[in-house]
Write a protein that binds this ligand. Structure first.
Ligand code: NAD
Ligand code: LMR
Ligand code: MN
Length: 540
């Protein structure tokens, strides 16, 4: 390989850390400044430069430059500053980079760009993007529902890149074994279609048979080129996400992050809250605000847990209420999604209840103890709503988890203040610590990033053939017992600084459950060892 090919390959490049011996062997003599640096020195220098960047967006650009040139250094640095970099590399700053992707574009970052108009190119695209790398993990998006900011077409590729960065930083998934993929199926965002610098297809989004046939060809091709693949779906639109998951989850090892990942992390946060109060899950009343992919996914997971704790399916559904744009969902509505239907109520049971489209009224009527926001409707959890939650129970669970920051149903600070410190809060973006009346409230981050890296590590280490509901349940349970419930202001989820430990715990739980279910194909039978052996570390 020619010297500059090595220096320009982020998987091989070590920059100033190439030793003199390596420089001689690889033909790099004279191509680098004479001082050989350690990775620690490189990290010190890059971090110093990082600190001079005035905004989070510029900080992210700078870090992406490191990512584009030297992946080992990037992850070394990321691991050292994981709490500080998390909101810069990932949510919420990633939302800004997606909105401005075409105008900010400098590097395709080894992603695979699939074009719905050219199914004949799927094989070549995946092979070109992988090169000679052995791909074990794909994150794919079609970007119809990026976070809470909607349809961004090809620009959504950044969410695939970003999710994979978290996989490696949090769980040590080898960055050479991953592939970010975007399916450009068009976009319904007018401003992109009208922007001549937009880098995606200038056409309206395609749905239906042509779309599903393309997805099918993609899955089939990816499975055949990469036989040990684990396939992660991210930010598909509400009308496709669950359908795609249901099509493939009984056939291949696959995962929908918004539906399943969010379900695990929110159930983990509820466990954390109940650990503190000593209450039972089966005594709770759950109100979902925003019954889309995430909302219905979470409700489905909490419902499954109530059933596994002894309630019948039907009994358990009585504990759930779901609000979407129409208001409280009733079974006579003709526009319910399949995932919403089991949570819809009989209208006759509520005929004297007044207006069932207003969140405050609904909270007063159905008296939930748990309120989870996945609506993308900022500010929906008002002071009155929080106060009404406090009238239902001593310590309500209130999780406004819509992303990014501008979409949150309430801030953590507001919920703490309006509930006089009584509500358990977790948010989708990092919220830091809030001091209220002398108590430091550490706010848990109910973001699927806390668990999907560990889940992936467990899937890859065990080489599980499928991801089952039981494995997902095991992942949620593995989150409890990690925080100290006796401490005032304790978070209900482990802080992100411990994500590496959390990932190992989640991975082991998932791999062991897969083994118990006879689903593992790994030659290693000790799942704890398989998990540790697969973990990659950023070292030269
Ligand atoms: N914290 C996390 O880990 C996490 C994970 C997934 C999604 N989310 C967030 O949840 C939100 C929803 O994501 P999704 O993937 O489920 O999207 P989605 O489009 O599938 O769901 C959003 C739902 O909210 C409904 N809605 C819109 N306006 C509403 C209103 N005023 N009142 C009630 N319901 C309303 C929509 O009809 C839709 O059903 C996003 O902001 C996303 O960032 C957070
Ligand atoms: O990407 C995130 O931050 C979480 C989640 O998958 C989302 O869609 O909001
Ligand atoms: Mn998502």
């Amino acid at each position: 390989m020619r010297a500059h090919e090595i220096l320009n390959n982020p998987f091989l490049n070590k920059g100033t850390a190439f030793t003199m011996k390596e420089r001689q062997e690889l033909g790099l003599i004279g191509l680098l400044p004479p001082t050989v640096q350690t990775i620690e020195e490189q990290a010190e220098q890059t971090y110093e430069q990082y600190l001079t960047k005035p905004s989070d967006l510029e900080k992210r650009h700078f870090l992406m430059e490191i990512f584009n040139t030297n992946r080992t250094l990037f992850y070394y640095l990321f691991n050292k500053h994981i709490v500080e970099f998390n909101p810069v590399v990932y949510d919420p700053t990633i939302a800004d980079t997606i909105e401005n992707y075409s105008h900010l574009f400098v590097d395709p970052q080894y992603a695979a760009y699939l074009d719905i108009n050219h199914p004949e190119n799927i094989t070549e695209t995946l092979k070109n993007a992988a090169g000679d790398r052995d791909i074990r993990l794909i994150v794919v998006t079609d970007a119809e529902g990026i976070l809470g900011i909607g349809d961004w077409g090809t620009q959504g590729v950044d969410i695939s890149v970003g999710k994979l960065m978290i996989y490696t930083a949090a769980a040590g998934i080898d960055p050479a074994s991953v592939l970010p993929v975007v399916i450009d199926a068009g976009t319904n965002r007018k401003e992109l279609l009208e922007d001549h610098l937009y880098l995606g297809n200038h056409q309206e989004r395609i749905y239906g048979d042509q779309y599903y046939s393309f997805v099918d060809q993609f899955v089939e091709t990816a499975e055949s080129i990469f036989p040990k693949l684990y396939l992660h779906w991210e930010d598909f639109g509400r009308s496709n996400a669950a359908t795609i998951l249901n099509n493939y989850k009984t056939k291949i090892p696959t995962f929908n992050d918004d539906i399943q990942g969010t379900g695990i992390v929110v159930l983990g946060g509820i466990f954390g809250s109940l650990d503190i109060t000593g209450e039972k899950l089966t005594d709770q009343v759950y109100l979902c605000y925003g019954g889309g992919s995430a909302g219905a996914g979470i409700a489905g997971r909490v419902h499954a847990e109530m059933v596994s704790e002894g309630l019948s399916e039907e009994e358990a559904y009585k504990h759930f209420f779901m609000i979407d744009q129409q208001g409280l969902l009733f079974d006579d509505m003709d526009d319910l999604t399949p995932a919403q239907k089991p949570f819809a109520k009989k209208r006759a049971d509520y005929k004297d209840a007044g207006d069932m489209t207003d969140l405050l009224n609904i909270v007063k009527t159905v008296k939930p103890t748990i309120l989870v926001g996945t609506s993308t409707n900022p500010g929906a959890f008002t002071k009155e709503v929080v106060e009404a939650m406090c009238a239902n129970t001593e310590r309500p669970v209130i999780f406004p988890i819509s992303n990014p920051t501008k979409k949150m149903e309430a801030t953590a600070e507001q919920v703490i203040e309006w509930s006089d410190g009584k509500a358990f809060v977790a948010t989708g973006v990092p919220s830091g610590t809030i001091n209220y009346k002398g108590v430091d409230y550490q706010i848990g981050q109910a973001n699927n990033s806390l668990i999907y890296p560990g889940l992936g590590l467990g899937m890859l280490a065990s080489e599980a053939k499928l991801l089952t509901d039981e494995m997902i349940g095991a992942a949620a349970h593995s989150l409890s017992g990690l925080v100290d419930p006796g401490k005032p202001g304790a978070p209900v989820l482990p802080p992100f600084e411990f994500v590496a430990d959390v990932s190992i715990k989640v991975a082991e739980a998932v791999a062991k459950k897969a083994q118990e279910q006879g689903l593992t194909e790994s030659k290693e039978t000790d799942m704890a060892k398989a998990v540790r052996d697969l973990k990659w570390y950023p070292e030269y």
